[in-house]
Ligand binder design. Structure first.
Ligand code: AMP
Ligand code: ZN
Length: 475
């Protein structure tokens, strides 16, 4: 929390139009609202310019709005020589790429300044976040516009609402546009399956995102990448390794799936022995209905199996055929994706009930959409498997949505969108905010979640701790 004596540091800014008492007028959804957004939390440097436009094709008396992507680019650090992300390579890439991307975005906007500037504040690598946040502060100060320090994970969770905005124009914008018309409407479930995260999140509001399950060890993308490096023959080994593993496991695409979903939880926990006389164990099978993910045990068994099969010297005596490698690739994906799906099913069984029991549901718990995002969500077999498992277990009424891959991986457009939703709900950041390496998105956690961080303004006032809770319930 900012000390009272420090509040005097902001009067010029507040008077210059950033946070006047009439801010409600400025923060409503309206055409012409725009944000320049910067993402530098990990190894992707990304810049976006997003604006809201009036839809002139509308014949209705009501104003229609459409979200328009003026600019969106991303440059990923070249980490191919390393087994993962090298912090210094990523930092260097941000430092060399960011200025050029911002210059391009401004040129596309004919030099016009945006309504406010958004940048990822955390969680992420502190030095990398500093590159983006510092430039964002500089631009906002020079332009005399507000700053919004965005929570990266909140931005992932809100991405499906951006997607519906971009996809289902113009019908979505009937009437004076309110965030309530955005789809999916709260509450919904999101699965974030990426190189750094594996999470099941329940989103019930803009700043209310409950983490239902997270990984106990490594992320699913990390597991898939490392399994791919162990399984793939040299000619199939190329990044992104998760995609290479999918292409190798299913050379003919869907025609190779041959997937039968487990009809019961008991069946789901049973190992499937292959004709090669090995099977992969189901993660956390012995932990009952515990809401968590785990992928390190699975990866260890895959690596051990491949070591056994390839330990003969010299390498030309490798005792694993392409066909067996292909079956291992297939099983790796099946077991990891069924594990992902199992926690969605556990949550739905415990809180939502099956289709037959739907009428008796508490509406606050009524979930009808599961959004899957993160780099792993671009896997087509995952899409097939998830749908098949939900159908087999009585959840055919639950929709499964996959944002386009370009919006699943880290990108500045999702930061722009989260910034836009926060700004139009009255939030801004003070100019003394600093990057946050670890920052929960769940207000139930010790750090208080998104609003638990220092430096939030709400409709022009510093948001004290007590009001944070009120703001959450009122929004
Ligand atoms: P992110 O961390 O969201 O940028 O996602 C990167 C992760 O997604 C890496 O682990 C990739 O290997 C993984 N990935 C990308 N495409 C696929 C795919 N088709 N199947 C499985 N994993 C994938
Ligand atoms: Zn991310």
């Amino acid at each position: 929390m900012l000390k009272a004596s420090r509040r005097g540091r902001w009067p010029t800014l507040l008077r210059s139009g950033c946070a006047t008492p009439t801010r409600r007028v400025h923060t409503a959804w309206r055409p012409g609202l725009s944000t320049l957004a910067i993402e530098t939390s990990c190894d992707d440097t990304s810049v976006a310019l997003l604006e809201l436009q009036a839809d002139n094709t509308s014949s209705s008396d009501h104003q229609k709005l459409r979200a328009n992507v003026v600019y969106h680019e991303r440059i990923t650090a070249n980490n191919t020589a390393y087994n993962g992300i090298h912090p210094l390579i990523a930092l260097h890439s941000h430092q060399t790429s960011l200025g050029g991307l911002v210059a391009d975005a401004l040129a596309r906007n004919h030099g016009a300044k945006p309504t406010f500037v958004s940048a990822t504040r955390g969680p992420g690598m502190r030095s990398n976040l500093t590159v983006g946040l510092s430039l964002a502060k500089g631009l906002a100060l020079a332009w005399g516009v507000p700053l919004l320090g965005v929570h990266h994970m909140q931005a992932h969770a809100l991405t499906p609402r951006l997607c519906s905005t971009l996809e289902s124009l113009p019908d979505l914008y009937q009437g004076p546009w309110q965030p309530a018309t955005l789809q999916p409407s709260f509450p919904y479930l999101s699965v974030l399956a990426s190189g750094g995260h594996t999470m099941l999140i329940k989103s019930t509001g803009l700043i209310d995102h409950q983490i239902l399950a997270t990984t106990n060890d490594i992320a699913i993308g990390d597991c898939v990448d490392k399994a791919a490096r162990a399984i793939l023959p040299p000619d199939a080994m190329k990044p992104p390794y998760g995609k290479a593993l999918e292409d190798f496991a299913f050379p003919n695409g869907a025609a190779d799936y041959e997937y039968t979903p487990p009809a019961t939880r008991g069946e789901e926990l049973t190992r499937r022995r292959t004709k090669w006389d090995w099977s992969l164990g189901v993660p956390l099978a012995e932990r009952g209905r515990r809401m968590a993910f785990s992928f390190s045990g699975l990866l260890t068994s895959i690596e051990r199996l491949m070591r056994q099969k390839t330990k003969t010297e010299p390498p030309e005596q490798v005792s694993i055929s392409i066909e067996e490698r292909r079956d291992l690739a297939h099983e790796t994906l099946r077991v990891s994706f069924e594990h992902l799906a199992s926690r969605i099913l556990l949550y739905l069984e415990d809180t939502v009930g099956r289709s037959a029991e739907k009428s008796a549901l508490d509406t606050a718990n009524h979930i009808d959409t599961v959004v899957v995002s993160g780099g792993v969500a671009s896997n087509r077999y995952l899409r097939h498997l998830l749908r098949a498992m939900l159908d087999a277990r009585g959840y055919s009424h639950i929709q499964v949505a996959f944002p386009p891959p370009s919006l699943c991986t880290d990108n500045a457009l999702m930061i722009a969108w989260a910034g836009m939703e926060m700004y139009t709900s009255g939030y801004q950041s003070t100019f003394d905010i600093t990057p946050i390496r670890k920052w929960s998105m769940d207000q139930r956690d010790e750090d208080g979640g998104i609003l638990g961080a220092e430096g939030w303004l709400h409709d022009g006032s510093l948001l004290p701790a007590v009001q944070k809770a009120e703001a959450i319930t009122q929004s």
